[in-house]
Design a protein around this ligand. Structure first.
Ligand SMILES: Cc1cc2nc3c(=O)[nH]c(=O)nc-3n(C[C@H](O)[C@H](O)[C@H](O)COP(=O)(O)OP(=O)(O)OC[C@H]3O[C@@H](n4cnc5c(N)ncnc54)[C@H](O)[C@@H]3O)c2cc1C
Ligand SMILES: NC(=O)c1ccc[n+]([C@@H]2O[C@H](COP(=O)([O-])OP(=O)(O)OC[C@H]3O[C@@H](n4cnc5c(N)ncnc54)[C@H](O)[C@@H]3O)[C@@H](O)[C@H]2O)c1
Length: 461
């Protein structure tokens, strides 16, 4: 790359995932000369081994319930529905290829120079690319680290036989018996997916209740609903060892002594910052206690010309967070705007277990810690659809209100399409609306969602 300017480019982005691509495109649109390096797949984790394929598989798994529900409405399948894993897997792969192409065209269209190469930081203003033809240096006024995270698997005898979330999407054969280790997002989502697709499914969790950090009642309700759907939940236990049996299946011994025989084990035990070989240690960029990069409100690391965002930095590991940080970063560095720190307290999130969880703001427990007195409005019920389907699935909805100000500080839901529904509620919570505002909002009938504006009597204080 050559230019009369002091540096080859104004911005060099390492990692073309959610945050990196957004920052590169937006900086280029602001007139910056931008390059980006990606050594694996355009679109990063979300597009290739995260949100997108996960959601497609979650849709696939939901059909199981839909087929069951249909009979009460008069629909009958002539023969039992069968599931073909290669069709789902390969259709998913084609869709991801299509998305990879869209990302490439978006970057090219924005005038971003794309390197299909692994990158490392050589110094505060130089990126070294490892290409088939050897190493290439590119100088940059600013370097953005957007390399995301990588699945972490604990070590125990036979842990190499466990899959991580990157590997679970492309299995050659469908696991008739599936075991997942962990109690976080990925564990509950994949337990629901494989259970829905027809596997005998086990979830092994060291704690006594899944989804630590979520509202306690949401956690308990989700546990009960997942168990009703047939997921075998094993709490307060861990995997002691895994052995491969001669015919290929896996013998999993739990710390409780119980033995399970399965076809695949997924370790969904968290992710670590993806900094291997990135060269940041020698520049004095230190990791915080969580193993992530610390940045200031301008997204600058300890080396001011080196920026970072997304899963690599503190905060929730969510695609919309990486995207929002990218927009902020570009505003600050390329539109010269003052920093407007994101409101991390009201980031909504959904867990795509079955049924889904949607949540925004404070849990009941966190609100009790923060405010002298709260009001909790909650309801759980069987959705109208299930009066005919016969399904015993229930829905939980909850509003947490600061009693003194009447502001709704948390909203939680477990039920069909909770992820879709909570997005709108999140606007109200983010805006600091009061319970009276909710009460004055007219419901939409007949929906489950109307309960969010019709709960009148506190269930407890
Ligand atoms: C199974 C799963 C499901 C998920 N589901 C959801 C969901 O439903 N909703 C949601 O909001 N979030 C979800 N997430 C989280 C979401 O995917 C991440 O928060 C998001 O992708 C983070 O974006 P990022 O830009 O920080 O990093 P990434 O998207 O991880 O991108 C980093 C990119 O950098 C590249 N890279 C790394 N090192 C180098 C290097 N040295 N040189 C060149 N390139 C490099 C990587 O190959 C990668 O493409 C999920 C994650 C997983 C694992
Ligand atoms: N729907 C979504 O938005 C979505 C979906 C999937 C992932 N994600 C993001 O990706 C991140 C990573 O997901 P995740 O589920 O891997 O992480 P997580 O942090 O949510 O859960 C990790 C789980 O592994 C357990 N664990 C950790 N070490 C262990 C050990 N040594 N032995 C046994 N268990 C252990 C933890 O107790 C926890 O239950 C999430 O935090 C989330 O931000 C988001």
């Amino acid at each position: 790359m050559s230019s009369d300017a002091e540096y080859d480019v104004d911005l060099f982005v390492i990692g073309a995932g959610s945050g990196g691509v957004r920052a590169a495109r937006m900086a280029a649109a602001a007139g910056a000369r931008v390059a980006i390096a990606e050594d694996r797949y355009l679109g990063g984790t979300c597009v290739n081994v995260g949100c997108v394929p996960k959601k497609l598989y979650s849709y696939a798994a939901h059909f199981h319930d839909s087929f069951d529900d249909a009979a009460g409405f008069g629909w009958h399948l002539d023969s039992p529905a069968t599931f073909d894993w290669p069709t789902l897997r390969d259709n998913k792969t084609s869709e991801i290829k299509r998305l990879n192409g869209i990302y490439q065209r978006m970057l090219e269209g924005a005038g971003v120079t794309l390197f299909n190469a692994r990158a490392r930081v050589a110094n505060a203003h130089t990126v070294t690319l490892t290409t088939a033809d050897g190493e290439v240096n590119v100088s940059a006024e600013k370097i953005l680290l957007a390399t995301g995270g990588w699945p972490w698997v604990p070590e125990f005898p036979g842990s190499d036989l466990a899959l991580n979330s990157n590997q679970v999407f492309d299995l050659d054969t469908f696991p008739k018996r599936f075991l997942v280790l962990g109690g976080g997002y990925i564990a509950v989502e994949f337990a629901s997916i494989f259970n829905g697709l027809g596997s005998e499914t086990h979830l092994i969790y060291r704690g006594d209740l899944l989804l630590k950090g979520f509202d306690q009642e949401v956690r308990e309700f989700t546990r009960d609903e997942m168990a009703k759907k047939g997921v075998n939940l094993h709490f307060s236990t861990n995997i002691a060892r895994i052995e491969q049996l001669p015919e290929g299946s896996l013998k999993v011994e739990l710390t409780t002594g119980e033995i399970l025989e399965v076809d695949a084990v997924l370790s969904a035990t968290g992710r670590k910052a993806n900094i291997t070989g990135l060269g940041i240690e020698s520049l004095g960029i230190a990791l915080n206690d969580e193993g992530k990069l610390s940045v200031n409100e301008r997204y600058e690391t300890q080396v001011p010309s080196i920026l970072a965002l997304g899963d690599l930095t503190a905060g929730p590991e969510l695609t919309p967070v990486a995207l929002a940080e990218a927009m902020q970063l570009v505003d600050i560095h390329f539109h010269k705007k003052a920093p407007r720190p994101l409101d991390y307290a009201t980031i909504p999130t959904a867990v795509f277990c079955h049924p889904n969880i949607g949540t925004v703001g404070l849990s009941e427990e966190a609100a009790r810690d923060e405010f002298p007195k709260i009001r909790v409005y909650r309801t759980d019920f069987r959705a109208m659809k299930h009066t005919l389907s016969g399904s015993q699935e229930r829905m939980l909805m909850k509003l947490i209100v600061d009693d003194a100000s009447d502001v709704v500080v948390g909203a939680h839901m477990v039920g069909e399409e909770a992820g879709e529904l909570i997005q709108g509620i999140a606007i109200a919570v983010r805006a600091g609306l009061t319970k009276e505002d909710f009460d004055r909002t007219i419901g939409i009938h007949p929906t489950g969602a109307e309960e969010f504006v019709t709960m009148r009597t506190p269930s407890r204080y």
